[in-house]
Structure formats: structure tokens, C-alpha cells
Design a protein around this ligand. Structure first.
Ligand code: PLP
Length: 451
């Protein structure tokens, strides 16, 4: 049997205590000292050195709602975002299946950036050549990081169908038998990682907060991997509502819209193959400019935040935690808390996929677009965007006839890539998703056996 690169199982990513102690300690040391040491694969987890989920419960002076908004923080993952998890999971499953062979295959990473950063990083650690295929209109920090980790870039035009163009390009490159795609939009390791690792971490994250349950889970889909966490949360807390957030300017799920927008990493202008529509209860639209202004408030608005009653220490701590999609998720969580009329016992969980480190240029761009970004403007944004966020643009997708709209969107997006209507129809049965999920134990065993 081939030996595959040494890396964690799904079980170990959820619960690093199950790793050999010396491996975990070595990995934690490398996280601080040498991010390119392959042992960092064992840092792919939501847990910190105390085995606690990295999270923040947002100050109510900011959210203006009684419910507790718990944001899980992707910043602590190696490469700076949780997207490294699906990248690793897809690669390692490919190795287990014998589909990806070390030394033989070049890895393709279709992405809007963070998955590409994850792919470049993982391939560096695991010794693969990599090509990241992504639109040419993302923040410059993304391209720099991808190149820093060693992958080549293959850029497609940023346009109203930019992600679809990256997919088409990936399909073209896949014709070369040397290439293997980590197809995040259509392969189920992304679903498995988030349902098992992120979902169960979310369940742990709310222990001791409010009633210890989760009333709503909000996630803005890019690949719709993260939103799979909701499937696991719903199993544990059946009352939990799952909300998919989209840019108001690109309302593909809500009504087929496909406009350009500023929230990098989400709103990819399709219903991805791995999106479990059955469990998506609400679709919520968030105005893209509010996410960028909200980022400005959190990053540069210490005075405004202090005036809201947020302690200086908390305001300083929050500065680096979010990017625009994290702010989008927070605004969606506020909308959900208001819409569902949640109280102080209730928890809403959401995600910060990455953090500020790749968005300086986004704030520079905002500063250049506004005549005034002084304290008095930021103060008004803090009031309007967070405290004044309304429960509008919330669409209920629980009814069968409304859900059909999403199934039709998925069919439109994926039959053109060769998926049959029959296969797409099989996804309308919950069994499909349970069956994909149940493969986790097989991969856990195989990874242990083969590494
Ligand atoms: C910044 C950012 N936020 C959110 C997402 C969406 O996450 P997912 O692809 O799991 O839906 C991504 C995906 O790349 C991202 O890069």
C-alpha cells in the first residue's frame, strides 16, 4: 500500500486531543515559529492550544440584539483561513482513493482566493506542484500569498460570471491527465469537513453561553462548504434555522441575480453542487458596501466603538478578526436575531472565514472613494450598520415550492458541467447527504492506516 503524507484524520481535526501529544505539541510550536513546517497540517482545527474553539461572543453594545452572536474565528488556521481545511480534506481523500499520486500529479485549485491560498499552502507542505485558477479582480493580498506559498496563478477575467469562468478553465485544464482538481464547488470532502469539523465545533462553541443551544446558523456561501456545518447543528438542535447570506448586489439564490459585488469569497453566482438546499431555511441579502463600511468601523473606529460602550480592550481585540465576509455574516446574524425575535438565552452562530490581514487594500480603496472618512462618519456607520441593521431582505425558503427555485438554479448551473438531472434529483433526498457524510469513518480509518 502506498504511504500518503502524514496528516490528521477528520476526527483529529475536530478533536486535537486525539492526536499523539508529541505531534500536537510540535505542531503548536511550528504554528508560531515556522508556518511551512509540514507538521502544521496538525493545526487544521478550530481549537486553540487549550482545545477551546477560537471564537468571540460579540458585545451587545455593537449588535444591538439580546441574542448572543457567537463568531467562530478562522484566523488561527494555518495560512490564515479555515479554507485550508477543505483544501487538505480534498487532497487527502484524493490520496486515499488513489486518484492523486504524490510526485505524479499537479493540483488545480479553482477559487476566489482563500481556497487558493489553502491549496497553495497545503501543496507546499505536502510536496505538490499547484496552479490556482481565480478571477483577476480579488484583493492583491490574496495573489501575493498564493505566490508566497509557491503555487502558480492562472487568472480568469473578473466579470459577471467570474467564478463560472474559473470553473470552465479548470475543466479545460483537467483534460491534461497530469492535472487533478481540488474541485471545492463539487467535491464532498468540503461538505464532510464542514459538517463534521465545523458543525461539531460550533456545537461545542456555545457550551455555557445562553441556553447552550443554537437557534440560528448564518453563513454566506462561496462554495457552500461552511454552511454544511448547519446540517450537523440541525441534527443536534432541530429548531436551528440555517440562513444563507448573499450580497444584495448578487442575489443568485434569492432570485437568480448575478451582479458584481465587493464581498470577496462569497456570492459566487451559482448554487454550488455541494450546497444542501434541503436544510437552507432562509436566504438573506446583505448590502456589500455595508460590509466594507462595517469593516472600517471595526478596524479603524476604536473611538466610535468606545462611544457605544465597548471596552477599549475588546475594541482593540476585534480590530484584526474580520474581513468583509465576516462582517457580512455578522450583519446576517443580527438580521436573523431580529427576524426570529431571539432573546438573551438564544445563540446565533456564524463564521469569520479569514481576518483583516488580506484586506488592507479594500480599506485603502474605501478611503479613496469617500470624501470624508473621519471619526464622525465612522460613528454614523457604526450606528446605522450594526445597531440600525433591520430584519429586511430575509426570504423564507422553507416551503417546498420556494425551495424548487434553488433546485432549478442548481440544475441550470451544473447540467452544463456534465451532471445528469437524475443525479441532481437524487440530492433532493436527505439520504443522499447522510450517505456522503457517513464516508467520514471510512476516511478516518484509511488515513490512519496509510500515513
Ligand atoms: C473570505 C471568505 N468568506 C467566505 C467564504 C465562503 O466559504 P464557503 O466556500 O465554505 O462557502 C470564502 C470562500 O472562499 C471566503 O474566502
Amino acid at each position: 500500500m502506498n504511504k500518503i503524507p502524514f496528516g490528521p484524520t477528520y476526527e483529529e481535526m475536530l478533536n486535537p486531543k486525539k492526536m499523539l501529544k508529541k505531534v500536537r505539541n510540535k505542531a503548536l510550536k511550528a504554528l508560531k515559529e515556522d508556518e511551512l513546517d509540514p507538521i502544521n497540517l496538525f493545526n487544521i482545527t478550530w481549537k486553540d492550544e487549550n482545545n477551546e474553539v477560537r471564537k468571540i461572543v460579540l458585545p451587545k453594545e455593537l449588535t444591538g440584539v439580546d441574542a448572543n452572536i457567537v463568531v467562530m474565528l478562522g484566523k488561527g488556521f494555518p495560512s490564515g483561513s479555515h479554507k485550508v481545511g477543505p483544501a487538505y480534506s480534498t487532497l487527502i481523500e484524493g490520496c486515499v482513493d488513489g486518484y492523486i499520486i504524490p510526485g505524479e500529479h499537479t493540483i488545480l485549485g479553482p477559487s476566489t482566493g482563500n481556497f487558493g491560498i489553502g491549496v497553495s499552502y497545503i501543496c507546499n507542505l505536502m510536496g505538490y506542484e499547484a496552479v490556482v485558477i481565480m478571477p483577476d479582480n480579488m484583493s492583491k493580498e490574496r495573489y501575493e500569498r498564493i505566490q508566497k506559498y509557491g503555487a502558480k496563478l492562472d487568472l480568469t477575467p473578473g466579470s459577471e460570471s467570474d467564478v463560472i469562468l474559473t470553473l470552465e478553465r479548470t475543466y479545460k485544464l483537467k483534460e491534461d491527465p497530469k492535472n487533478r482538481a481540488l474541485a471545492q464547488f463539487e467535491l464532498f470532502p468540503n461538505y464532510r469537513f464542514h459538517r463534521y469539523v465545523t458543525g461539531n465545533s460550533a456545537i461545542e462553541a456555545v457550551k455555557g453561553i445562553g441556553n447552550g443551544r443554537i437557534a440560528a446558523f448564518c453563513s454566506a456561501p462561496g462554495s457552500a462548504g461552511t454552511i454544511a456545518a448547519g446540517d450537523e447543528i440541525k441534527k443536534k438542535f432541530p429548531e436551528c434555522k440555517i440562513a444563507a447570506l448573499e450580497p444584495y448586489e448578487c442575489s443568485t439564490l434569492a432570485n437568480g441575480g448575478r451582479g458584481q459585488h465587493r464581498i470577496e469569497g462569497i456570492g459566487d453566482k451559482m448554487c454550488t453542487l455541494i450546497h444542501n438546499i434541503l436544510t437552507t431555511d432562509f436566504v438573506i441579502l446583505i448590502k456589500d458596501e455595508e460590509t466594507v463600511q462595517g469593516l472600517k468601523v471595526i478596524h479603524d473606529g476604536i473611538n466610535a466603538l468606545k462611544e457605544l460602550g465597548i471596552p477599549e480592550e475588546t475594541a482593540n481585540y476585534m480590530r484584526e478578526l474580520f474581513g468583509p465576509s465576516g462582517i457580512c455574516n455578522i450583519l446576517g446574524a443580527i438580521k436573523m436575531a431580529k427576524y426570529l425575535k431571539l432573546g438573551p438565552d438564544d445563540n446565533v452562530v456564524t463564521i469569520a472565514t479569514d481576518s483583516f490581514d488580506r484586506y488592507n487594500s479594500v480599506i485603502e480603496n474605501l478611503n479613496s472613494r469617500y470624501l470624508e472618512v473621519e471619526d464622525f462618519v465612522v460613528r454614523r456607520w457604526a450606528q446605522d450598520i450594526f445597531l440600525g441593521q433591520k430584519d429586511d431582505y430575509v426570504y423564507d425558503f422553507r416551503r417546498k415550492d420556494v425551495k424548487q427555485q434553488l433546485f432549478s438554479q442548481k440544475e441550470k448551473d451544473w447540467t452544463k458541467f456534465g451532471y445528469s438531472v437524475e443525479y441532481l434529483d437524487s440530492m433532493k433526498n436527505p439520504e443522499f447527504w447522510e450517505s456522503e457524510y457517513s464516508k467520514i469513518s471510512y476516511y478516518n480509518e484509511k488515513i490512519k492506516e496509510m500515513r
